[in-house]
Design a protein around this ligand. Structure first.
Ligand SMILES: CC(C)(COP(=O)(O)OP(=O)(O)OC[C@H]1O[C@@H](n2cnc3c(N)ncnc32)[C@H](O)[C@@H]1OP(=O)(O)O)[C@@H](O)C(=O)NCCC(=O)NCCS
Length: 162
């Protein structure tokens, strides 16, 4: 796929499950199952966004809105599409949705050895507040939070990431 191709973001639906399962199972050590995607895409208070080049799913990200807390549940960019800003765009999209839904804080778990993920999240002001030992079996999870994403300071940070 040419790197000049326009990439568009849109909300995912049950019609995208085949693509999600294919991308997830090809690229994740412990992939979400079809049933998990089914549940998430049909669940309440969820937002799943996909980045598409034409009809091809290149990346996706999902979130659970739990009152004032928005919890990023999954984020994956196809290996040949990385470092093109897709994860950044998806996270900005999720945060816009979170703010519209009344969220004030953002949280997620990331593998402690996932340097790419941790660097990305740092740019979004997500900082470690705890560790879940053995959360991934072979790795610990860092629990990251960004507080007050509805503040003017955070709006400024987000502007710089658009
Ligand atoms: C982590 C991941 C989502 C990043 O996706 P991406 O689309 O390549 O990220 P972006 O291009 O939007 O990067 C935005 C910024 O994040 C940081 N970043 C992303 N990948 C990085 C890497 N490999 N090393 C260091 N910093 C990185 C950089 O600051 C980058 O900005 P820059 O390219 O201008 O330097 C992708 O590598 C991936 O899908 N990994 C496997 C799944 C995963 O780890 N998911 C997240 C865990 S919850």
């Amino acid at each position: 796929m040419g790197s000049a191709m326009t990439v568009e973001l849109r909300k995912l639906s049950a019609a995208d499950i085949e693509s999600l399962v294919a991308m997830e199972s090809a690229n994740q050590a412990r992939p979400w199952t079809r049933g998990m995607f089914d549940d998430e895409l049909s669940g309440e208070n969820r937002v799943y966004l996909g980045a598409f080049g034409g009809n091809s799913l290149l990346a996706f990200a999902g979130m659970l809105l739990n009152g004032e807390e928005a919890h990023v549940t999954n984020l994956l960019v196809a290996p040949d599409q990385r470092r093109r800003g897709l994860a950044r765009r998806l996270l900005v999209g999720l945060i816009d949705e979170a703010l519209s839904g009344g969220a004030k804080h953002l949280t997620l778990e990331v593998r402690s050895r996932n340097e790419a993920g941790i660097s990305l999240y740092r740019r979004f002001g997500l900082a470690p507040v705890g560790v879940r030992k053995g959360y991934y079996g072979d790795d610990d999870a860092l629990v990251l939070w960004a507080y007050d994403i509805d503040s003017p300071e955070y709006a400024k940070r987000l502007e710089g990431l658009r």
